[in-house]
Design a protein around this ligand. Structure first.
Ligand SMILES: Cc1cc2nc3c(=O)[nH]c(=O)nc-3n(C[C@H](O)[C@H](O)[C@H](O)COP(=O)(O)OP(=O)(O)OC[C@H]3O[C@@H](n4cnc5c(N)ncnc54)[C@H](O)[C@@H]3O)c2cc1C
Length: 322
């Protein structure tokens, strides 16, 4: 059986949840799983790949891979695919994943399907379900006329079991050929928040124009810290300059699929729904009973966010500390 190559992503030396999902899924197919880990963070986090089911880790601890560079990464990943003979490549549909893998596919003549929300692998046959037209419908994609299939999956779509530390992988250190680069990343400026990235978060609390002004996001931060959630926002408040664009959920922001999405003072425009309708449970808090968000919500609370959110925070605090 041919190998599956999983492109691993790390944050602060830890394997991202999206990569854990991919490695565990790959292991369940019964095919041999190789994980590709690049950069100095990968050095400390690589062992986790084994705990999640990879049998082999292709590791390159070179600091040149610490900052994403499209040319450098595309060259290394293409070389890894060719060296391992993998016919299925799994990666996250993160912003760097969506930038990188079309380049890799062009280099090696592979097919690539992005934004997968479901995947089935039966022998060499691979089917991927993905949303189209901002989630208004779904397509099932298959590959033709290619030996190498690249699938980019959205985060939080596949189940993750706890890591099994008794499982380990063989680590092969490898120095990839480096092309002469036409672009160089000089500096990465980190965002203000050290919190978990929205796309990886299990609980998201998002605020919209109904919060009236930037300072009122404090109310959401308080709720989020009790729940261990990450705070998101609608585009209206990002455009108003209340919060940064990295917090925007929707068609022109991030796509999230947490276990719980709490939308506060958000009307539920189609462009916002495009980024969060894959959430498992949606709670909407809105003073307008006819707001479109209620059509998507699992639970709806019609009322004033300024009364409801502090009460919810208090109740969750009591429930979660007892
Ligand atoms: C090409 C394009 C791309 C776009 N991309 C995105 C995107 O990625 N993400 C995105 O979010 N939008 C996007 N938009 C914008 C989108 O169409 C909406 O304008 C935006 O989502 C509205 O944001 P909102 O729900 O915060 O504001 P509003 O639509 O103004 O809704 C505010 C809501 O707050 C409620 N409210 C008011 N006071 C209270 C209160 N005290 N308590 C509770 N509720 C209250 C109101 O009833 C209302 O429903 C895009 C638009 C275009 C054209």
């Amino acid at each position: 059986m041919s190998k599956i190559l999983v492109f691993a992503e790390f944050q602060n030396g830890n394997l991202k949840r999206s990569s854990q999902e991919l490695v565990q899924f790959a292991a369940k197919t019964g095919r041999p799983v190789v994980a590709l880990a690049l950069g100095t963070q990968a050095g400390s986090g690589a062992a986790q790949l084994g705990h999640h089911g990879a049998q082999e880790i292709l590791l390159c601890k070179d600091a040149a891979y610490d900052a994403y560079n499209p040319e450098l990464f595309a060259s290394a990943v293409a070389e890894a695919i060719q060296n391992t003979g993998a016919t299925l490549v799994l990666a996250s549909a993160s912003s760097s994943g969506k930038d990188l893998f079309p380049r890799v596919a062009a280099k090696i003549g592979a097919g690539v399907v992005s934004d997968g929300t479901e995947i089935t692998v039966s022998g060499e046959d691979v089917k991927v379900k993905k949303p189209l037209y901002s989630g208004k419908c779904f397509a099932t994609a298959q590959f033709e006329n290619t030996n190498t299939k690249i699938v980019l999956m959205r985060a939080n779509q596949l189940p993750v079991a706890p890591a099994d530390t008794s499982k380990t992988a063989t680590v092969t250190e490898h120095a990839f050929n480096k092309p002469s680069l036409k672009t160089l990343v000089k500096e990465i400026v980190k965002g203000a928040s050290e919190k978990l990235d929205l796309t990886e978060a299990n609980i998201v609390v998002s605020g919209g124009r109904g919060l009236k002004e930037a300072a009122n996001f404090k109310m959401l931060n308080d709720l989020a810290s009790v729940l261990g959630a990450t705070v998101g926002a609608s585009r209206a408040v990002v455009d108003a300059g209340w919060v940064g664009h990295s917090m925007q959920v929707g068609q022109t922001g991030k796509t999230v699929a947490p276990s719980l999405y709490i939308a506060v003072g958000i009307s539920g425009a189609i462009q916002h729904l495009a980024g969060m309708s894959g959430s498992k449970v949606i709670v909407a808090i809105n003073s307008d009973a006819n707001a479109p968000i209620f059509q998507k919500a699992t639970y709806g609370i019609v009322g004033d966010a300024f009364e409801i959110v502090p009460k919810l925070t208090e109740e969750f605090k009591k429930a979660l500390t007892h």
